[in-house]
Design a protein around this ligand. Sequence first.
Ligand code: SF4
Length: 292
Amino acid sequence: MKIRNIGLIDCDGFKFPNLALMKLSAYHKQKGDNVSWAGLKDVDKTYISKVFTYKKFNVSSFFDLGEIVTGGTGLNNNTLADKIEHIMPDYSIYKTKKAYGFLTRGCPNKCSWCIVPKKEGGIKANADITEFWTNQKEAVLLDNNVLASDHGLNQIEKIIDLKIKIDFNQGLDCRIIAKNKSIAKLLSEVKWIRFLRMACDTKSQIPYIKKALKNLNEYGFKNYRVFVYVLVKDIEDALERVLFLKDIGCNPFAQPYRDFETNKEPDKSLKRFARWVNHKAIFKNVEWDDYK
Ligand code: SF4
């Protein structure tokens, strides 16, 4: 079979390893193709991927990009074929020492602001940790609601046994931790890379955050190790949430609301609020009324 030259383009600027591109690279290398970052020479085929929705992109090249295939939430909803989805990622293209992957896909909830249920549907098992882990000390898990899945919970037990440090970087569902002490106990046994992350997207979630923290505290897990995503759609509502989180010693991280249908830039006032929260020195020392 003819060896082909494959080009890759990461539209997110290499801030975070692009899992789809790592899998595509592995797939083509297994077939004997040459894989490189696009734009350095003529190629037969180019994969363009963009995960984040908040930045526009423009591809121009002096070289021939050949057949172009695009994918990722930031561009469209194209997903990988099953034989590529379940391949060991080629971590060498980002020179990363961490493993990356999804243990589960989807979410049983249907929050109006979230693209996950539309894109991935209900919660389902996706992979065993060993499908994308090759003895790295740390793994970043991209699951959207791992605690809603029995497979996900079994995988967390396996990860504890394997002593892998992890980060569920999309956050864990506070309602499940609040309702189930055995899950809080399980999470207290995990080695976290830095934070255990949750989300507090509306004021109605504050009681769940309180109860989830109470359960975690019972097993010795401290609030300063909890990072909380805060959706900012209404500033007054978000202010109450971030002040509550600050008060109890958690780390709030504000995310201005962006409509995933229109992908319109968030309102300037929401961005200003997020800057205030996310600049830790300012957040600690300056009140919102003075900052705004
Ligand atoms: S729980 Fe999280 S992942 Fe699930 S729909 Fe709501 S925001 Fe999306």
